[in-house]
Design a protein around this ligand. Structure first.
Ligand SMILES: NC(=O)c1ccc[n+]([C@@H]2O[C@H](COP(=O)([O-])OP(=O)(O)OC[C@H]3O[C@@H](n4cnc5c(N)ncnc54)[C@H](OP(=O)(O)O)[C@@H]3O)[C@@H](O)[C@H]2O)c1
Length: 432
């Protein structure tokens, strides 16, 4: 039986929204399934000009222009709309719009990680209460079908762990530091000039963007809403060229890893730079690419990689979500609301790389190793590197075995107080 077309309302036609509008208007396959009913913008004049001057719309200009409105009430009272596509980003007013659409029994597709990570439980419940779908594949890894894969795996697997590179800007910066031995600040500037980093890069380089994304993945994987405040976050702004070079020398790369894992003790989610062995596939994910590794109890490790941003990749996810709604796919995300224990960095076992600048004199190493030993941290290797200076200061690079996070904090605090330790210790976790 042929299904009737579904009518679409779009809010926001920026980078992603404009590409989605083009595909829905100009792609003859999509035209058979969907019709754009209305497009809500803030400034009608601005978007009338943008559409009119866009050559790709040339045969459809009048058709598209008559759909554009800046009247919120007209848009929401349009009962012909079956699916709302929200592509404005941020929490307000996106939250209000998405809620209003679900409450009036419209399906919703969004690529908004901030909104989903913050309100996933409530919005999923609202979609169920109103018998409509809420889809958000584009919110993590753009066009990489990670949410679809996770939902599919969950039918027969228990997910143990997800490890991802899910912030393209940080990955671009770290990849460039690894390949060209450049400093963080220089690469950041280059990334901004090339349009790979925003003028205010805080969300990307300090790990906040990745925090929202791993929170969404962890919540889906473990079927429970992971509180955002339980995700430990450390960004890449403290990663130096010197540490990248040492990592390389010892057979590692440094990547910003997003990890969420569930053990018998609880769920631990974290974003932090990590040394990754060059023999691990994730160490080779370069440029602004994203990659996610999912460990399931039956399937083992699954690996998925692709462009984690951009209008084509993200619109692919949005259009895929529309298809899922059209074909009534039943891969819905379910959160059980189970009470879980959430672990902090202090409670989990970690292996660390530690770099210390110390005076090159008798007894310093034994004092440091004494502190580690007292805190039950066992050292895997210590390498002394002479540095070119006239102050008799050397770098000590220590790789440890697994130890409890809290023990590291105590040990590093004590080590940093030794008078022969000349700079704040650098600590980067090692991902095995
Ligand atoms: N860009 C990517 O590669 C990417 C990847 C994955 C996910 N996403 C997500 O996709 C969403 C859209 O991203 P984007 O890159 O397209 O952002 P963008 O280029 O900044 O576009 C946002 C658009 O929303 C419009 N807008 C803002 N508030 C509005 C409102 N109240 N009513 C109507 N329109 C409003 C803006 O219009 P004005 O001209 O009025 O400001 C602008 O056209 C975000 O949630 C983002 O996180 C983006």
């Amino acid at each position: 039986m042929k299904r009737s077309n579904l009518n679409i309302g779009i809010i926001g036609i920026g980078n992603i929204g404009l590409q989605v509008l083009k595909q829905l208007t100009l792609n003859s396959q999509l035209n058979k399934l969907f019709s754009v009913e209305s497009v809500l913008v803030r400034d009608k004049q601005k978007y009338t000009k943008i559409i009119s001057e866009d050559n790709e719309f040339k045969n459809e200009i009048d058709n598209v222009l008559e759909k554009i409105t800046d009247n919120e009430d007209d848009f929401f009272s349009n009962n012909n709309i079956d699916i709302l596509i929200e592509l404005i980003g941020g929490i307000d007013p996106a939250y209000r719009y998405v809620k209003r659409a679900l409450e009036s029994k419209k399906h919703v597709v969004t690529a908004n990680k901030d909104l989903i990570a913050t309100h996933i439980e409530e919005l999923l419940q609202l979609s169920k209460d109103n018998s409509v779908k809420l889809r958000f594949e584009g919110s993590v890894g753009a066009g990489i079908p990670i949410i679809e894969v996770l939902s599919d795996m969950l039918k027969q697997n228990q997910i143990k762990k997800i490890t991802g590179i899910i912030n393209g800007t940080s990955n671009y910066i770290l990849s460039s530091m690894f390949e060209n031995s450049s400093d963080f600040e220089d690469v950041l500037k280059e990334a901004q000039d090339l349009g790979f980093a925003e003028s205010d890069p805080t969300n990307d380089v300090e790990g906040f963007d990745a925090k929202f994304k791993i929170n969404i993945l962890g919540s889906i994987a473990f079927g429970t809403r992971i509180p955002l405040e339980t995700v430990y976050v450390k960004g890449i702004s403290g990663v130096s060229n010197k540490d990248m070079n040492y990592a390389k020398e010892f057979g590692y790369n440094i990547k910003l890893l997003a990890i969420t894992e569930k053990s018998s003790e609880g769920i631990y989610s974290n974003i932090s730079p990590a040394l990754v062995s060059l023999s691990q596939p994730i160490s080779k994910v370069g440029g602004n690419y994203n990659a996610v590794e999912i460990l399931g109890d039956l399937v083992g490790n699954l690996w998925i990689q692709g462009e984690g941003a951009g209008k084509n990749s993200t619109s692919s996810a949005v259009l895929g979500d529309l298809m899922g709604i059209y074909y009534r796919s039943s891969d819905d995300v379910n959160l059980s609301g189970n009470k879980e224990n959430y672990l902090s960095k202090e409670e989990v076992m970690i292996r660390n790389y530690i770099r210390l600048s110390v005076e090159d004199k008798y007894g310093v190493l034994s004092e440091i190793s004494g502190i580690f030993s007292k805190n039950e941290i066992s050292i895997a290797s210590v390498i002394q590197k002479d540095i070119d200076n006239d102050q008799d200061v050397v770098d000590l690079v220590i790789m440890t075995h697994d130890s409890k996070g809290v023990n590291f904090d105590i040990a590093i605090d004590s080590v940093s107080k030794i008078s022969s330790v000349k700079e704040k210790p650098v600590v980067i976790r090692i991902n095995d």
